[in-house]
Design a protein around this ligand. Structure first.
Ligand SMILES: C[S@@+](CC[C@H](N)C(=O)[O-])C[C@H]1O[C@@H](n2cnc3c(N)ncnc32)[C@H](O)[C@@H]1O
Length: 337
């Protein structure tokens, strides 16, 4: 007989016991954009979160592999530099890459990990795996959107903290959302606190479009993108017919964003009953189910620094595809000793 120890997993609802899923006003604002957009977090219900993991396993999806490689090579150095017990991570997902860093931290000091994510299922699974793999690591999951998680940190204790934002998640925000998010991160951190953030760097359109579309024998991106519509059907009484949409991602070099699009293959009217809204789509119209902005490294560093940060260190892969940056909230000497 095998007895498996069930560890207590601590998940704190910071955004109204999951009530954030029903944020009609936020969704309506995005659906009124041209093309109509589904906010990024609505792609990550329990099913969407699993489907995203399938994307990370696609042979051409380099961001996860490159970031994993950077963390494998540099986790010890990063752990030495951040030096604090508390690490909070925005949009932690499965935390498969973060655990490389957490393992290096746990070897050095008592460590508390505070993953912040809309996916309760991912928080539970990752917390269970992490506490099993890294005995001694304390995990407290914060269930909700970024702003709510940061608010919880601001209201809580004043111990130093490093906020991580990996997976180039910052690229999944619009420039306006990014501005708000960076400002909120800066407002949450105290002088000397750390901000560990990764960014996918600009590269040719053909490379990006190969990365963000399925190869012929796979359907991970298609299923992930179409699940946005299924989620709206389930949650907002919409009647999207998935067979009338064709998923395709394009890179727009003017905005430097990959847009994950769903093209209408027929003229159609979609009702979203609980929003009291009808979307009239002509054949060829599109819905935007996700941005992935690509960054110009010096501009990225300058934009973050302008919010009140100093760049402490950076790790870039050999062919300059992807970077991890450690910033320090200004106002105190970098890195406590
Ligand atoms: C692209 S995945 C990346 C996951 C992980 N950081 C990685 O690198 O594999 C984005 C993650 O952020 C979460 N997420 C997206 N928008 C969010 C928001 N506004 N607030 C909280 N979590 C969010 C999703 O649930 C998902 O786990």
């Amino acid at each position: 007989m095998c007895i498996v120890e069930q560890r207590e997993i601590e998940i704190v609802p910071v955004d109204g016991e999951g009530g954030f899923w029903d944020d009609r006003a936020g969704l309506l604002t995005c659906l009124r954009e041209a093309p109509p957009r589904v906010p990024a977090y609505l792609g990550y219900d329990a099913i969407g979160s699993e489907l995203f993991e399938a994307i990370t396993e696609l042979p051409g999806y380099y961001p996860t592999r490159v970031e994993h490689g950077l963390l494998q090579r540099h986790a010890e150095e990063i752990a030495d530099l951040i030096g604090y017990e508390r690490i909070a991570e925005l949009g932690s997902g499965s935390a498969k890459k973060t655990r490389l860093l957490l393992a290096a931290c746990v070897e050095r000091r008592a460590t508390s990990y505070l993953p912040i994510d809309v996916s309760r299922e991912m928080l539970v699974t990752s917390a269970r795996e992490l506490t099993t793999e890294l005995p001694g690591l304390r995990v407290q999951g914060l269930w909700g959107r970024y702003e709510a998680g940061l608010g919880w940190l601001r209201d809580g204790d004043s111990e130093p903290v490093t906020v991580a934002l990996l997976g180039s998640n910052l690229g999944n925000t619009t420039p306006e959302e990014r501005d708000v998010l960076l400002t909120e991160i800066a407002a949450t951190l105290r002088p000397g606190d750390g901000f560990l953030v990764s960014a996918d760097l600009q590269k040719p359109a053909e490379v990006l479009e190969a990365c963000y579309n399925d190869p012929l024998d796979r359907s991970a991106f298609a299923r992930f993108r179409l699940n946005h519509l299924s989620h709206l059907n389930r949650r907002f009484g919409a009647d999207f017919a998935l067979e009338y949409f064709y998923p395709r991602a394009h890179y727009d070099s003017a905005t430097t964003a990959v847009q994950g699009l769903l093209y209408a293959t027929e003229d159609q009217t979609v009702a979203l009953r609980e929003l009291d809204l009808e979307l009239v789509l002509r054949r060829g119209d599109s819905l935007n189910v996700g941005f992935s902005y690509k960054f110009h490294r010096p501009q990225f560093v300058a934009d973050v620094a302008a919010r009140g940060f100093d760049l402490g260190a950076q790790w870039i892969d050999a062919v300059w595809q992807y970077g991890i940056f450690l910033f320090v909230r200004s106002g105190a000497p970098p890195f406590r000793t």
